[in-house]
Write a protein that binds this ligand. Structure first.
Ligand code: NAD
Ligand code: TYD
Length: 338
């Protein structure tokens, strides 16, 4: 089987390629990635010389590059995207270009090449925000209500993917997952930012009152969910994937990280809130559990400990990413925070 992975040099895409090549060594993987600031081929060192792995530097917005990469492909797993909400607030246009137009270019090419499956990776952020006191959870039946430019761009891409199924019969599946964490995550996102800042002796910026809730999903559990959808999922269907059953807020996540690193709460710095900050995401993952037999392998605390250990033992990996360019972004985002 030949699989085209878009955005395979990013956080989840690289974890997915490593997972897939370990478990399906006879499959061929083509990693198609533009290598934006978030793409990092170091994540894939383990497989770079494997004859079943090929990297193509390319942009999903460019039809010709996509057409070439799609040759003889059986399955597409589409991760490529601009993925950071804060950056989408500062500069929405890149998000529309890559996440919306790029997805449409891929769909068109997949149709022409008769791919057997197009799996689209999406997010729970398309569903909007839940009130803190509300016990509701997002499910496959929840109406779309995106509230950030990032969420709106992902919602648009989901609509296009479904339209290609209904209108042209492209064999698609979609997964809408919650916030991932784990190895190889770019240190602009909350968990790796918190861990690496503390390891550097720097403060952790917590937005607003810190009582925002995310449904944390360990990246390897996410890879297993995608595997389940590819193998047992029904064409045309959407699967929601989450990691937790109980709410846990950002402040408690940071406190857990501080405990794991033996540090006190003096590292917490409350900073200006994100505009339009979604209060809570929570996923009801009953469908994927009942229909495909998927569930997370371990608890959040166990996975968080493993993640903290990974950043402790891979300081070379993330220190290289905290470049002057990253510092410039950081200063703009967090002002005077040291
Ligand atoms: P990431 O930002 O770490 O990686 C994105 C990758 O896409 C990078 O390697 C980048 O170089 C590549 N890319 C960007 N624009 C491209 C383009 N025009 N052409 C080709 N490649 C391009 O993102 P991630 O966290 O790994 O997220 C992967 C997917 O999962 C995204 O679609 C995202 O919306 C979705 N998702 C992520 C999370 C999360 O918590 N990280 C949660 C839900 C859904
Ligand atoms: P993030 O990792 O950016 O993911 P998303 O915005 O896609 O959910 O943020 C996770 C949560 O952490 C979110 O509620 C925003 C909050 N947050 C902070 O409090 N401080 C930070 O520096 C960052 C990056 C996020």
């Amino acid at each position: 089987m030949r699989m085209l992975v878009t955005g395979g040099a990013g956080f989840i895409g690289s974890n997915f390629i490593l997972y897939w090549m370990k478990n399906y060594p006879n499959d061929q993987i083509v990693n198609f990635d533009k290598l934006t600031y978030a793409g990092n081929l170091e994540n894939l060192k383990e497989v770079e010389n494997n004859p079943n792995y090929k990297f193509i530097k390319g942009d999903i917005v460019k039809t010709e590059e996509v057409e070439n990469a799609m040759e003889d492909v059986d399955v597409v797993v589409h991760f490529a995207a601009e993925s950071h909400v804060d950056r989408s607030i500062k500069n929405p246009s890149d998000f529309i270009l890559t996440n919306v137009l790029g997805t449409q270019v891929l769909l068109e090419s997949a149709l022409r090449r008769n791919v057997k499956r197009f799996h689209h990776i999406s997010t729970d952020e398309v569903f909007g925000s839940i009130d803190l006191e509300d016990k509701d959870k997002f499910s496959e039946r929840t109406q779309y209500d995106p509230r950030s430019p990032y969420a709106a761009s992902k919602a648009s891409s989901d609509h296009l993917v479904r339209a290609y199924f209904v209108t042209y019969g492209l064999p698609i599946t979609i997964s809408n997952c919650s916030n991932n964490f784990g190895s190889f995550q770019f240190p602009e996102k909350m968990i790796p930012l918190a861990i690496t800042n503390i390891l550097e002796g720097r403060k952790v910026p917590v937005y607003g009152d810190g009582l925002y809730v995310r449904d944390w999903l360990y990246v390897e559990d996410h890879c297993r969910a995608i595997e389940a959808v590819l193998q047992k999922g029904k064409v045309g269907e959407t699967y929601c994937v989450g990691g937790l059953t109980d709410d846990i807020n950002n402040l408690d996540v940071v406190r857990k990280i501080l405990r794991l690193l033996g540090k006190d709460e003096g590292f917490i710095e409350f900073v200006k809130d994100r505009p339009g900050h979604d209060r809570k995401y929570a996923i009801d993952w009953t469908k994927i559990k009942n229909e495909l037999g998927w569930e997370p392998l371990h608890t959040f605390d166990e996975w968080l400990e493993k993640t903290v250990d990974w950043y402790k033992t891979h300081q070379d990996w993330w220190k290289k990413l905290k470049t002057p360019e990253f510092q410039k972004y950081y200063d703009e985002q967090y002002g005077d925070l040291d």
